[in-house]
Ligand binder design. Structure first.
Ligand SMILES: N[C@@H](CCC(=O)N[C@@H](CS)C(=O)NCC(=O)O)C(=O)O
Length: 220
């Protein structure tokens, strides 16, 4: 059986978990926090989560894991059939990761864990979010999903990255990314109604206290 390594508060872990749940694939969750222990690096060479352990060996990097799931597992397809539309979804996944999630992540320390962000970083992040959201505005159809009328991996990436970026934008820049991207709020609300999304959210909630303790124990 597939084993999913990570922890329930991780947004990337939850992307893979939701994909497996949506497809109805059996998997076992193995709780691990990011670390640099030799034993874990054997599975995840950067020490990050998630890691998916398959019969042939471990895989890391969320978008790669999602592709593997699509190609190897049964269940409802989560990429469009048509090659161009499938590429469009992959394009959006890259845009969400590179220009929304990763820039916003540079401010998670301040927004979620009581750290600080330099003015220089703030300026860079604000600019990146503007360009990233403008790119999404040009590409997303919200019809009602990110692209088309079926759930795709693009929606899964959107679900677990855009909201976090919005929290950064709201706290640090007094911006509302949802109003900058018409259709995004409605899609987020619709996704939140899915039973599998509710399960992931409940597990996240249940794991929050332990994660918060771990974070504060590590704080200087
Ligand atoms: N590019 C990775 C990013 C995964 C990632 O950043 N995971 C976080 C937890 S949400 C992590 O493991 N952070 C620890 C670290 O960066 O060392 C992926 O696509 O899976």
């Amino acid at each position: 059986m597939l084993k999913l390594y990570g922890f329930t508060v991780s947004n990337y872990y939850n992307m893979v978990k939701l994909a497996l749940l949506e497809k109805g694939v059996a998997f076992e969750e193995v709780k691990v926090y990011p670390n640099q222990e030799e034993q874990y690096l054997e599975l995840s060479p950067m020490g990050k989560v998630p890691c998916l352990l398959t019969e042939q060996g471990p895989l890391t990097e969320t978008s790669v894991i999602l592709d593997y799931i699509e190609e190897s597992q049964p269940g409802e397809p989560l990429y469009p059939q048509q090659a161009f539309t499938r590429a469009r979804v992959r394009e959006l996944i890259h845009e969400l990761e590179l220009y929304i999630e990763l820039p916003a992540r540079r401010c998670y320390g301040e927004v979620f864990f009581g750290g600080t962000t330099s003015d220089e970083v703030r300026t860079e992040v604000a600019a990146s979010l503007s360009k990233g959201v403008a790119a999404l505005r040009r590409r997303c159809t919200f019809s009602p999903y990110l692209v088309g009328d079926k759930l795709t991996y693009g929606d899964i990436f959107f679900l677990y990255s855009f909201d976090l970026a919005q929290q950064v934008a709201s706290r640090l820049f007094q911006r509302d990314l949802f109003s900058e991207l018409p259709g995004a709020a409605e899609l987020m609300a619709q996704l939140a109604e899915r039973p599998e999304v509710k399960r992931v959210a409940a597990d996240l909630h249940a794991g929050m206290e332990e994660f918060a303790k771990l974070r504060s124990a590590k704080a200087p």
